[in-house]
Design a protein around this ligand. Structure first.
Ligand code: DGT
Ligand code: CA
Ligand code: CA
Ligand code: ZN
Length: 584
């Protein structure tokens, strides 16, 4: 065990002893030891080997024994017994604001409260209010604190996090004492769900940057404000860390705090196997842990670190230890798609069904953004709650779209709206007959009301893919992030059917869906399935989803050629016709 791990165990022991109601001097000795270890300069292993632990402030014989056992064996029976002697849910109670060890011990001894759930139940049954020294008011406060903690423990969708992070990143960029800055962590890796935001800054004036960071209007409360680090709560209860480093440490800290943890572990191993050491402070010419700047391998950017380890630069989205190392070593990393390569979106709604905007407004926006085409695929009749179109309204809509297109043609513009439908996949088949589908430019087939039976869902989706008029399957698995899991189905069989029939699969770029999941795209691609990155826009703001969804496609290793809507309109017409010609 290294010194940080040892410190963590000692800290836990201190907490457990407090909960047991041990002598406060004894518990305080452990917490002091944690601080001593955290600020220890040299190697703890060396101190242990030289039997010099006694030189550390406050390290009596009992503590020296425990640390020696931890460092040499990696475990400590005393700690394990102590842990086993208390209910496992007890330490978490200390994280509820207003509850110290004394109160937690009383709640446990007198009411048997041994977890947050039990605490909540006790409050709701009014058992805390009648306890001496607690009362009605503190019972209410405890309930509030539980709700507060749950909110902060929660996970957040990428878009909710970006809304909080973007203005802060903007502020950091403009700060006079910030040299370089970036987001890091899961946000930089473009994960669909984020725990907390990580910001990284290089500066010569860390205190001033931290002071201004915690005074940002988005900051709701400050959890930690140190010399080089701050942790705050932003709107929506989203937690954010800021770390400030020197500019020479910056690329190393950026690589480290971008993660993922799994990716970092492999990077560190590669360094070790080259006789180097890699951590958040640098890449060092050393065979043991160090922060000595004199030993640092000079790297100005992340790219230089990868190069020093014999790797091509790995884009942050791919840093999940999912094969990026062998590809980076072989020089076979894909050139990932860029969102500016998209020419339009093939699944979108208008005010003819449940969208907000008119055909004219939508067309104007798409044209303004420099796109080549935008398909209007409103819902079919079965989606009655979404004001789905029947055959007559669909025929009228086709005429309305033709009129819009004529106005663009008259101005000499090549921009076009495409006609279409997001046709429901029903139990008996599709919601429109083939004759009607054949008259549409683009057909998206979506399962909105799945069966509880996975085999049945698989069968319906395969049948939809086999229809020659269906170009693509929409939001295939039906998941809603943080709300609903994917429908039950045999995804491989569905993807195989798509590959066999030339049916495309949508990457629904709505940030609450991101469906298909990035984890499935390489498999789909390798089966020969093409991707379409669709906004599924219901209002103009949703045009931004093109960028968000492309990040997920990148995370799924997709290249420009894997994505159908990077093609220009002429190529797209050919592609749309191909599906229909190959099966009819
Ligand atoms: P999140 O916040 O749960 O969405 O996920 P991350 O990846 O942002 O995780 P976070 O914020 O805890 O830490 C940021 C990065 O710092 C993480 O991706 C990798 C690095 N890191 C944190 N803890 C460790 C660790 O114990 N070992 C290693 N190798 N890296 C770590
Ligand atoms: Ca994070
Ligand atoms: Ca973090
Ligand atoms: Zn839909």
């Amino acid at each position: 065990m290294d010194k940080n791990e040892v410190a963590a165990v000692l800290g836990q022991i201190g907490i457990l002893l407090e909960l047991k109601g041990e002598n406060p001097f004894k518990t305080r000795a452990y917490l002091t030891a944690v601080r001593v270890l955290e600020s220890l300069e040299g190697s703890l292993e060396e101190l242990v080997a030289a039997k010099r632990l006694g030189e550390l402030k406050g390290f009596g014989e009992a503590l020296q024994d425990k640390v020696t056992i931890l460092v040499t064996t990696g475990r400590l029976p005393y700690y394990e017994e102590l842990k086993a002697s208390l209910p496992p849910g007890l330490p978490a109670l200390l994280e509820i604001q207003g509850l110290g060890p004394k109160k937690v011990k009383r709640l446990f001894d007198e009411l048997g409260v041994d977890s947050i759930e039990a605490l909540e139940a006790a409050c709701k049954e009014n058992r805390i209010a009648v306890l001496e020294g607690f009362g009605e008011k503190s019972q209410g406060k405890i309930l509030e604190a539980i709700a507060f903690k749950r909110q902060f423990a929660s996970r957040h969708t990428l878009i909710d996090v970006l809304i909080q992070a973007d203005p802060i990143l903007e502020f950091l960029r403009g700060h006079p004492h910030v040299v370089r800055c970036s987001t890091a962590g899961s946000l930089r890796r473009w994960k669909e769900v984020i725990g907390d935001i990580d910001f990284l800054v290089s500066s010569r004036e860390p205190l001033r940057v931290i002071e201004d960071f915690v005074s940002q209007p988005e900051v709701r409360s400050i959890l930690v404000k140190g010399d080089t680090k701050a942790t705050v709560i932003l709107g929506e209860g989203i937690q954010a860390d800021l770390r400030v480093v020197t500019d020479s440490e910056y690329p190393f800290a950026l690589a480290y705090f971008t993660g993922s943890k799994e990716h970092n572990i492999v990077m560190r191993q590669r360094a070790i196997s080259r006789g180097l050491r890699l951590n958040e402070y640098g890449l060092f010419q050393s065979t043991e842990e160090t922060r000595d700047p004199a030993l640092r391998v000079p790297c100005h950017e992340e790219r230089d670190i990868f190069e020093a380890l014999g790797l091509a630069f790995v884009p942050p989205e791919l840093r999940e230890d999912q094969g990026e190392f062998s590809a980076a070593e072989a020089g076979s990393l894909p050139r990932l798609i860029e969102w500016t390569e998209l020419r339009g979106s093939l699944h979108n709604h208008s005010n003819w069904s449940d969208g907000r905007d008119s055909l004219e407004t939508i067309a104007a926006q798409a044209h303004e953004l420099g796109l080549d085409y935008w398909a209007i695929t409103d819902h079919s009749r079965a989606s009655f709650q979404a004001n789905g179109l029947d055959a007559v309204r669909l025929a009228n809509q086709i005429q309305a779209i033709q009129k819009v297109n004529e106005s663009y043609a008259a101005e000499g513009s090549d921009f076009r709206l495409l006609t279409g439908s997001e046709v429901d996949i029903l139990k008996e088949g599709l919601d429109f007959p083939d004759e009607i589908l054949a008259g549409l430019d683009v057909v998206v087939a979506s399962l909105h009301v799945p069966s509880g039976d996975g085999a049945e869902n698989t069968r319906r989706l395969i049948r939809a893919a086999e229809n020659p008029h269906v170009h693509m399957l929409g939001h295939l698995t039906g998941r809603l992030l943080l709300e609903r899991d994917a429908y039950k189905m045999d995804i491989d069989s569905v993807l195989d059917a798509c590959a066999a029939t030339g049916t495309w699969v949508e990457l629904n770029a709505n940030p609450y869906r991101f469906d298909l999941d990035w984890r499935l795209w390489r498999r789909a691609r390798d089966k020969g399935v093409k991707c379409v990155i669709n906004c599924d826009a219901h209002r103009l703001e949703h045009f931004d989803f093109l960028r968000l969804g492309t990040g997920i496609a990148r995370k799924g290793w997709l290249r420009k050629g894997d994505v159908v809507n990077t093609r220009n309109l002429a190529e797209l017409w050919t592609s749309l016709a191909t599906k229909r010609s190959r099966s009819s």
